[in-house]
Every structure is written in C-alpha cells, then in structure tokens.
Design a protein around this ligand. Sequence first.
Ligand SMILES: Nc1ncnc2c1ncn2[C@@H]1O[C@H](COP(=O)(O)OP(=O)(O)OP(=O)(O)O)[C@@H](O)[C@H]1O
Ligand SMILES: [Mg+2]
Length: 241
Amino acid sequence: MALLSLSGLDVRYGAIQAVRSLDLEVNEGEIVALLGANGAGKSTTLKAIVGLAPGKGEIRFAGQAILGRDTEEIVRSGLTMVPEGRRVFPSLTVGENLRLGAATRGDPAATLRLRKEVETLFPILAERAGQAAGTLSGGQQQQLAIGRALMSEPKLLLLDEPSLGLAPQIVDDIFDLILRLKARGLTILLVEQDAVAALDIADRAYVMANGRIIMAGPAAELRASEQVARAYLGIAGEHAA
Ligand SMILES: Nc1ncnc2c1ncn2[C@@H]1O[C@H](COP(=O)(O)OP(=O)(O)OP(=O)(O)O)[C@@H](O)[C@H]1O
Ligand SMILES: [Mg+2]
C-alpha cells in the first residue's frame, strides 16, 4: 500500500483549474520527484495535500483519507511541507523558528530530542540559534526551513523547490541532504525545476503540465529519455543523458 496516494485530485481557484484529475503515489522510503514548467500546478498539488489549497477527489496518507482535514491535524499525522521560497520567520531567532516547527507535538522531551537531531544534521543552526533568521544566508535559511519541518517528526516530507535561488554549490549540499534524509528513513515528495538534479536523486518521477500528469516512471528512465528532456523538462541537449 502506498504511503501517500492522490486519486482524481482536482483543485480550482475560482475560474482557474490548477490541478486536473491527478493520480499520484508515493511509497514508503521513496524519493518521488514532481516536475513541470512554471504554473503546471506543482505547488498547488503539495498545498492540497497539506490542506492549504481546496482539493476535491481523494487523498490518502498511511491508509487514512485526509482531504478536508485541518493542516495542523495533517502535520500531526506525519506529513509536513517545506513551502516554496523557504519561508522562515525573519525577525524570530533560529531557535524560535525551530521551536515553532514542534508546535504540533507539545511534548517537551520529544522536542528536545528532535532539536538535537536537527542540530546534528545542520550544525549551523546550533551555532546561530540566537540569531534572527532573516539574517541567515539563503542556503542557511533553506536548512532552517527543512530543519523546522523535521521538528514535527514527519514520515513524509514535501519539499517545494528547495534549490530555487541558491548557488550551485549550495544546491549540491541540499540534494546531498535530501539523500541523507532518505537514508534515515524519511519518504520525500520533491517538487523541482532543476529536473536533472531531481531525477539524479529520485526513485520515480511524475511530470505535470497544465494541471495534469503527462508522464510518470522510474527516474532513471525519464532521465535517459531525450524526448522527455527536450519536450518537458527544459534540459538543453548537451545535458541530456
Ligand atoms: N491562490 C491562487 N489563486 C488563483 N490562482 C492560483 C493561486 N495559486 C496558484 N494559482 C494558479 O494555479 C496555477 C498553478 O500554480 P502553481 O503555483 O501550482 O504552479 P507551479 O507548478 O508550482 O509553478 P512554479 O514552478 O512557477 O512554482 C497557475 O496558473 C497559477 O497562476
Ligand atoms: Mg510552485
């Protein structure tokens, strides 16, 4: 049984249908990439999963139907999203941002344990615990946004464009980190515009266009398909496998 399954998901914003009859599955332990051009509906899909966009259809997580539930309840059940643009609370300290990530837990001992784990994963967050989050570099803010999500102890992490706006070296670090999270047992649904990098670390991938899934399969197969590369992923010929 899939850890997460979407069937026939529709999302409308007034007259705009952002997601159309979408089917998607994420199995336990996988990294699944969700790719597609600007406006394809990737962020909307992630938002619908965590109850932040108005979905219709079916969304099941760990066997439970979650569509229509409160975001807080969904997070408590083990599903957390790191939104596009790594939104941290800039005037709060790094430590305060991390504590907010554990707000759905409300268990001081667990919070302390998670804080230690996150600070082991991201030593910079321990070093800068008392510093305003808005003064961190872009890459550090992305670490904080992911660290804050991990404070809710998710089983499934939804990442929306974690590499956006970061220097290539930092992007490599973020993708390494995603692989380390997988090795620790986390399941990941990754939205990315950097299709090559995403397909290199993903097990499977889906490609969206105009609200629909237009292609799906093992990441290695999509990575190797020149047709996919040229038509859907915006990968220049010399980079395509
Ligand atoms: N709150 C909203 N109200 C109205 N329309 C919206 C809203 N959010 C998104 N849309 C529209 O829904 C469509 C899908 O947007 P979405 O943000 O999901 O795309 P995306 O694939 O994440 O794109 P990008 O790669 O640029 O982040 C777009 O046409 C967008 O303009
Ligand atoms: Mg988006």
